[in-house]
Design a protein around this ligand. Structure first.
Ligand code: NAD
Ligand code: DAU
Length: 364
């Protein structure tokens, strides 16, 4: 796929650490950023957990301003050394344990990476910012989720930036903890932070445990399509490239200390989404083990504590920073299905023994 080719900013070159840049959204962001701002220095710091994939960034290895560092965001001495050695002025923080089902099986890693890891980065960046006498162009951008706001009823208004926090899973609770730390570092120390809380992303390089890639891959393999509960849960789908452009807008024009919600304006019931994916696969895949793919749909036991509905009001980002999502869910899903059809070499190796063991635990 191609990434944004808009003209580079006229601003002074930045020096970014992108944490979690080998994961789904982080990698899309790094490709986007390196294409749009080729003179910026981009250092990816990623522990390469099961969700991190070095291959996703392989095309950037010849890019003169790109560097990959394998390491843990909880490792303070590594983070300190990297920030100083690279004279970093911007951190874009994606690294996290991100999957709700895994947080139900084992919450400890979520608290460690999402809370302790975010704290470690904030502390390291604060020392660096103070040592430089608080440069005004420094930024710590924290990438968070709509899940911190809890679950909506069918008639509730969409989440806004002032919706009270009510996280329901160990994942969303750990993200809420990280958000509170970011807020406190701005409020207490004046740190130049910004934050985005966004809805469900989808697109290329999405790890197969999440709904959309899981369904695409299972259709191609002729495996059951496990729909939790009654399939009536609603998510607000955001194409990942639109999320990248939203973060770009916040880094360029966002107000320090502010939070911006990012959403695709695409509320869809899970069961309807699965039907849309089946239709696209029926149309686009030359060979399917089971056709029509809808025959594979299987209702399975619900996720414990499953949030019913998410919806994001992104009026603030649209009105104040001029951002709008560019891709409808119909276009985005078509592009995504085409991507999974064309990139079996990317996803096939991810169906590892570890993945099969995880899959058996969740879907047994
Ligand atoms: P992901 O699971 O695909 O990727 C996470 C990346 O972080 C991986 O590359 C992993 O190796 C890395 N990582 C994990 N622990 C680390 C550690 N201790 N040190 C360094 N690197 C570590 O996640 P994603 O879906 O790309 O999500 C990125 C961010 O966006 C997360 O903060 C997530 O909470 C947030 N978010 C995601 C979505 C979504 O729909 N995927 C929506 C809203 C917000
Ligand atoms: O809302 C933002 C969040 O979106 C992010 O913060 C998370 O990191 C990201 O993983 C995602 O969380 P969800 O739990 O909403 O995404 P997931 O893809 O796991 O599930 C989407 C919906 O589909 C949800 O209602 C559960 C359902 N589902 C999921 C899977 C994996 C199924 O019905 N069957 C499945 O097999």
């Amino acid at each position: 796929m191609t990434f944004s080719e808009n003209s580079p900013s006229s601003k002074q070159e930045r020096r970014l650490i992108v944490t979690g840049g080998a994961g789904f959204i982080g990698a899309n962001f790094v490709h986007y950023w390196c294409a749009k701002y080729p003179n910026d220095r981009v250092i990816v710091l990623d522990a390469l957990t099961y969700a991190g994939n070095r291959q996703t960034l392989a095309l950037l290895d010849t890019h003169p301003n790109f560097r990959f560092v394998k390491g843990d965001i909880c490792d303070r001495s590594l983070v300190d050394a990297l920030i100083q050695e690279e004279a970093v002025d911007t951190i874009v923080h994606f690294a996290a344990e991100s999957h709700v089902d895994r947080s139900i099986l084992g919450p400890g890693a979520f608290v460690q990476t999402n809370v302790v890891g975010t704290f470690t980065l904030l502390e390291a960046f604060r020392q660096h910012w103070l040592a430089g006498d608080r440069p005004s162009h420094y930024r710590f951008h924290h990438v968070s989720t709509d899940e911190v706001y809890g679950s909506l009823g069918s008639d509730d208004p969409a989440f806004s930036e002032t919706t009270p926090y009510a996280p329901n899973s160990p994942y969303s609770a750990s993200k809420a903890g990280s958000d509170h730390l970011v807020r406190a570092y701005h409020h207490t120390y004046g740190m130049p932070t910004t934050m985005t809380n966004c809805s469900n992303n989808y697109g290329p390089y999405h790890f197969p445990e999440k709904l959309i890639p899981l369904m695409c891959i299972n259709i191609l393999l002729g495996k059951p399509l496990p729909v939790y509960g009654d399939g009536q849960n609603i998510r607000d789908w955001l194409y990942v490239k639109d999320h990248c452009s939203a973060i770009d807008a916040v880094l360029e024009r966002g107000v320090i200390g502010e939070t911006y919600n990012v959403g695709g304006n695409n509320e869809v019931k899970n069961i309807d989404l699965v039907h849309m994916l089946c239709e696209l696969m029926n149309e686009l895949a030359p060979k399917l083990p089971v056709r029509p793919a809808q025959e594979l749909i299987t209702f399975v036991k619900d996720r414990p504590g499953h949030d019913r509905r998410y919806a994001i009001n992104s009026t603030k980002l649209q009105n104040e920073l001029g951002w709008t999502p560019s891709v409808t869910v119909q276009e985005g899903l078509r592009q995504t299905v085409e991507w999974y059809l064309e990139n079996e070499a990317w996803w096939r190796p991810l169906l590892s023994e570890e993945y099969q063991a995880y899959y058996s635990k969740v879907y047994a």
